[in-house]
Design a protein around this ligand. Structure first.
Ligand SMILES: Nc1nc2c(ncn2[C@@H]2O[C@H](COP(=O)(O)OP(=O)(O)OP(=O)(O)O)[C@@H](O)[C@H]2O)c(=O)[nH]1
Ligand SMILES: [Mg+2]
Length: 316
């Protein structure tokens, strides 16, 4: 018997990890019966600390997260990782299997990768919906790893309580994350792979760059040197994440961030809804509109207005 999304959610909340996995698959594929469940999930969330980890390809994000998970688990938190994997749309199944087996080792760690662009094309909503589900299921610390390339991926990392931007030595230009426009969104900077001899150079470049920005206020983004190989800086990073959350909780930064995230999500959802409805309206009415335009009986803007009017009717 196929379980409904709501049933899967109840099971997942009660600790059924397989049910949680199936629920996330449905969220990823944008299943039809999700509406009520997603609303219920959103209502029951709000306790987890959501941490976005981003950086250019190969900067060491996954290795760092794996260390962070170990360190956080030692402090006995329930930890989840959602990796937004740009390549896994091709190799999805296999990769997912691997990740699931990794987390089988520890019942309090849940690791999952999500392929870029599921059926509905709404990457941000699917990813953040999945994070809501992890939050509602009692994971206290949730990491989202996204590659810092592409608008959605960067925005997702920014739509978290704490955003970590990973820079690494040896990837060409001194600080590639600067070029990628990532440094702006960092609450915490990491220079990874500091076991490498060229790590010191990247570290001093980034520190110099950050010193130029005199950001006043309750929080100033620290620069932390780490190595996934030796474990250097991992505890310090974990402390910085917790400190950032504590500062948010005791200042205006917390409510401000919550509102910023909520605004982004409402906007993103509206965009996705509109895109879906436009696609439906297009199937229904575009052929006729195009004919009329071809005969010059209708102009492009009037055609657009007709399509939008059809969308509005669908929403009603
Ligand atoms: N020397 C050294 N190498 C590292 C360290 N962390 C990661 N690497 C290497 O850097 C490469 C990329 O590491 P990943 O952790 O997969 O990096 P990523 O940012 O998750 O990569 P993508 O998800 O593909 O963007 C691998 O070859 C790692 O072995 C480190 O602390 N020290
Ligand atoms: Mg990775």
């Amino acid at each position: 018997v196929a379980l409904t999304a709501l049933q899967l959610f109840s099971l997942a909340r009660a600790g059924d990890v397989a049910a949680l996995g199936r629920l996330l698959s449905r969220i990823e594929s944008g299943a039809d019966d999700l509406r009520v469940t997603l609303a219920e999930i959103y209502r029951s969330g709000g306790r987890a600390h959501i941490v976005g980890i981003t950086g250019v390809p190969g900067s060491g994000k996954s290795s760092l997260v794996s260390r962070l998970v170990q360190a956080a688990r030692a402090g006995s938190a329930k930890v989840a990782v959602l990796a937004i994997d740009p390549s896994s749309s091709l190799s999805g199944g296999a990769l997912l299997g691997d990740r699931t087996r990794m987390s089988d080792l520890d019942a309090h760690v849940f690791i999952r990768s999500m392929a870029t662009r599921g059926a509905t094309g709404g990457l941000a909503s699917a990813a953040l919906g999945a994070v809501d589900a992890l939050d509602a299921c009692g994971y206290e610390l949730v990491f989202i790893e996204t590659v810092g390339v592409g608008q959605d991926e960067i925005e997702i990392a920014g739509a978290c309580h704490t955003t970590v931007v990973v820079s690494a030595p040896g990837l060409g230009d001194q600080v590639q994350s600067l070029k990628a426009g990532l440094l702006e969104i960092a609450d915490v900077h990491v220079v990874s792979k500091c076991d490498r001899p060229d790590g010191a150079h990247t570290l001093s470049d980034l520190t110099a760059l950050m010193a130029l920005r005199d950001r006043r206020g309750a929080w100033r983004a620290p620069v932390i040197a780490t190595s996934a190989q030796t474990g250097q800086g991992i505890e310090e990073l974990l402390r910085a994440l917790r400190e950032h959350r504590a500062v948010q909780r005791s200042s205006e930064l917390g409510p401000l961030r919550e509102r910023r995230i909520a605004e982004y999500r409402a906007w993103k959802s509206a965009e996705e809804l509109l895109r879906q409805r436009l696609a439906a309206a297009r199937n229904e009415a575009l052929a006729e509109l195009v004919d009329r335009m071809a005969r010059r009986e209708m102009d492009p803007l009037a055609a657009a207005e007709s399509l939008l009017a059809l969308c509005a009717r669908k929403g009603a």
